[in-house]
Ligand binder design. Structure first.
Ligand code: F0G
Length: 433
């Protein structure tokens, strides 16, 4: 039985060939996922192969995604089809200062900001761009809060595809917009929010035969599974108690959850970690849903300075629900102040990240205080984007000029403003003590 697309809805489970250009189930409208026959090698054999590939100079082996290709085996001719910028290979970093702040004895950050375009999107985009080439598509499109577009622009350029990106006008950081322009994407700034533009782009891509590379595309999810696979490989397949990550459109938690479940089923790991998703207070529909356990209600005007997760109607919430429930995980929400302070603490640990990523540490602080995460738990937090993605936010925070979306000035509890000094050694020496 070859790999196939399968409807995610338990009551449907209709299947489709991998080559169909669909993003939802044509029968019931449900989300789609990729299903594979089990790998022919055992988990023990594959673990050995994955390790050996770290010594290899072959391009597929050097990619921290394609090194694990047996676990998302959809490319029939990887040598010619794969578009890789040597993504993945992101470190696990210990951060004692951040751990203390978060109420933990120890915390480790899986820093996806070390990726070629500076975010976790590259793990998924290498697979999305590869599938676009497999299908013979010429043009690719996405709506983005910034990182998906930066990543798609780069992978499309590298893979000879034509990228068209749609972004909410005035609502993405310049670092991300600059990347899309530099990588040569046709860039359309739309006067609407992320959720509205996603609906627009879905209509346009169908009408114009453009391949959609948002995380509704199941091949993006397949690539992002590698964040969990690489994490386990780096930990010698020892499963942490918790994996904490920020939630926006909820593609990433869906991907990590699927990757972990498959690794568990195939005998790579002996248990599942609990997943904790953290949302910004002004864009937290999944948090509200999990708390109330009633119908899913979108937030029509999402608000947060963490623009990467400024999403009110996340498409992947049904998948995220499965992953949170299966793992016994939780969803938390945090304020703008909590994100800003946690971000400065991650920065002062010598690590740094963009605002959305810092929601993880802010969430950990709340969850340890509430006794949900034990102080001695083994916790990995996923930092999703690089510190340089949003320098404007950083400068404002450290100089006491950061206002929340309602114009309320945030406290720069860990502010570190630059000091203007005269060109005078005596005065500077006095200042430095
Ligand atoms: N962190 C960062 C830095 C992001 O860019 C995103 C999403 C998320 C977290 C949330 O991940 O959507 O999978 O739950 N950014 C998307 C974009 C939406 O367009 O770049 P998610």
């Amino acid at each position: 039985m070859p790999a196939e697309l399968i409807c995610f809805e338990p009551s449907c489970r209709a299947t489709y060939p991998l080559n169909e250009v669909i993003y939802n189930c044509p029968k019931c409208g449900g989300l789609l996922e990729v299903k594979y026959p089990a790998p022919t090698q055992s988990a023990a054999e594959l673990k050995k192969i994955f390790r050996e590939r770290r010594m290899s100079n072959a391009k597929l082996d050097q990619s921290g995604v394609w090194r694990y290709r047996e676990l998302f085996n959809f490319a029939d001719d990887p040598e010619t089809q794969v578009v890789t910028l040597r993504e993945g290979n992101t470190p696990l970093l210990e951060a004692p200062r951040a751990a203390k702040y978060g109420g933990l004895d120890k915390v480790v950050f899986k820093h996806q900001g070390f990726n070629p375009t500076g975010s976790f999107k590259d793990n998924g985009m290498t697979c999305g761009a590869t599938q676009a080439r497999r299908l013979g598509m010429k043009r690719v499109a996405c709506v983005s809060t910034g990182n998906t577009s930066a990543s798609m622009a780069a992978y499309a350029a590298a893979g000879g595809l034509d990228p068209i990106i749609f972004i909410p006008h005035g609502n993405i950081s310049y670092g991300k917009l600059a990347q899309a322009l530099e990588y040569g994407a046709k860039t359309l700034q739309v006067e609407a929010n992320f959720d509205q533009i996603l609906a627009l782009v879905r209509v346009l891509s169908e009408k114009m035969g453009i391949y959609l590379l948002n995380s509704i595309n199941p091949f993006r999810i397949e690539g992002q599974k590698s964040i969990a696979i690489e994490m386990m490989d780096q930990r010698d397949w020892q499963v942490p108690d918790w994996i904490v990550l920020p939630g926006g459109n909820l593609g990433n938690v869906s991907a990590l959850g699927k990757g972990l479940r498959e690794m568990h089923e195939q005998g790579f790991i002996d248990k599942l970690p609990k997943l904790a998703v953290v949302q910004a207070e002004g864009a937290a529909p999944f948090y509200s849903y999990m708390k109330d356990q009633s119908a899913f209600v979108a937030v029509h005007h999402p608000e947060t300075l963490a623009t990467a997760i400024k999403i009110g109607d996340p498409v992947s919430w049904p998948k995220a629900l499965l992953e949170i429930t299966t793992s016994g995980g939780v969803v938390e929400r945090v304020t703008e102040q909590e994100i800003a302070d946690a971000k400065a603490v991650i920065g002062a640990s010598g690590i740094g990240c963009e605002p959305a990523s810092a929601a993880t540490l802010a969430g950990i602080k709340k969850l340890t205080a509430a006794g949900v995460i034990a102080h001695d738990a083994d916790v990995v937090a996923v930092l999703t984007g690089n510190v340089l993605k949003d320098p404007d936010y950083i400068y404002k925070y450290h100089t006491g000029q950061l206002d929340d979306p309602h114009g309320k000035r945030l406290t720069s509890s860990f502010g570190n403003a630059p000091i203007v000094v005269p060109n005078d050694p005596e005065k500077i020496a006095a200042l430095l003590g």
